[in-house]
Design a protein around this ligand. Structure first.
Ligand SMILES: C[S@@+](CC[C@H](N)C(=O)[O-])C[C@H]1O[C@@H](n2cnc3c(N)ncnc32)[C@H](O)[C@@H]1O
Length: 264
């Protein structure tokens, strides 16, 4: 049975309204004020997840572990744009990231995608993240530490215009930088033949520049895609889409490396 540890990030969910509170128990201690009364957080450690805890006024909240999706959406400290879960989930499968893999990425930003990669590669895998800005590295590592994924991530404080380290043979490579077309050759060198590179860019102009760059290198199996996620109200009597929907987050580009010379 999974029980609450004193370093956990937990969710307290009001079953009536669906409202959730996200709390990191190493940072928030003592009495916590919900809109329906106080909960004494010290009583939660050791309780099984799924338990119901009551406020001092007797209102129930369900005690739940915070999922990585919830953490990224509601708790991760954002200093940069992040890769949203709808995109990250597709990226993971499209790059075929598995336990034991070495994933190389740049930059770390706030560590949202890094966390998704780190969870997928498991204890035997590793994520190497190249990032040029120290303040982002500090923040991202703190975000990763709070979900226990920092030990699977090695950060290299470097601008990728200096290239990726030669010893690296990535099972998957991802670029989330402003001008990815400048780094395609380095990315090509760092990737294992047959494996996938993914790139995320917010504008169509960046997609076009990247495609021009990819044409010059032995990458095949190109795809440009965009993921649209529509959420629905979960009331059976009035089942319909939510009123608002993010219209655009980013374009995704995927390509597969083949050895030099095979296409000529
Ligand atoms: C949009 S953020 C990445 C967001 C990240 N994928 C996430 O999900 O949180 C882009 C990051 O790339 C870094 N960056 C941009 N160009 C770079 C370069 N040439 N070398 C290393 N890092 C770079 C930026 O400093 C920034 O942290």
């Amino acid at each position: 049975m999974e029980t609450v540890k004193e370093t956990d990030t937990i969710v307290l969910l009001d079953p009536e309204k669906g409202k959730k509170y996200f709390l990191n128990l190493s940072l928030t201690k003592g009495k916590f004020n919900t809109e329906k009364g106080e909960i004494d957080l010290s009583q939660l450690v050791g309780m099984p997840y799924g338990s119901v805890v009551k406020t001092h006024k007797g209102h129930p909240y369900v005690l739940l572990p915070c999922s990585l999706y919830e953490y990224i959406m509601f708790k991760l400290n954002r200093l940069t744009q992040i890769v949203y879960p709808k995109d990250a989930a597709y990226i993971l499968l499209r790059l075929d990231v598995k336990p034991g893999d070495l994933v190389v990425e740049s930059g770390i930003g706030s560590g949202a995608l890094t966390a998704v990669f780190a969870q997928a590669v498991g204890d035997t895998g590793k994520v190497i993240s190249y990032e040029k800005r120290e303040e982002f590295i500090k923040n991202a590592l703190s975000n990763l530490r709070r979900v226990g994924l920092d030990s699977r991530v090695e950060v290299k404080h470097r601008d990728i215009s200096e290239g990726f380290d030669e010893e690296e043979e990535a099972d998957a490579l991802f670029l989330d930088v402003r001008e990815p077309w400048l780094y395609l050759e380095s990315a090509y060198s760092a990737l294992k033949p047959g494996r996938f590179m993914g790139i995320l860019v917010p504008t169509a102009n960046q997609v076009i520049e990247t495609l021009k760059g990819l044409e010059k290198l032995p990458f095949i199996d190109l795809e440009v895609s965009e993921i649209l996620l529509r959420k629905y109200k979960t009331v059976p009597e009035r089942f319909r889409p939510e009123d608002r929907m993010p219209a655009h987050t980013a374009y995704l580009i995927f390509a597969r490396k083949v050895p030099e010379g095979v296409l000529s």
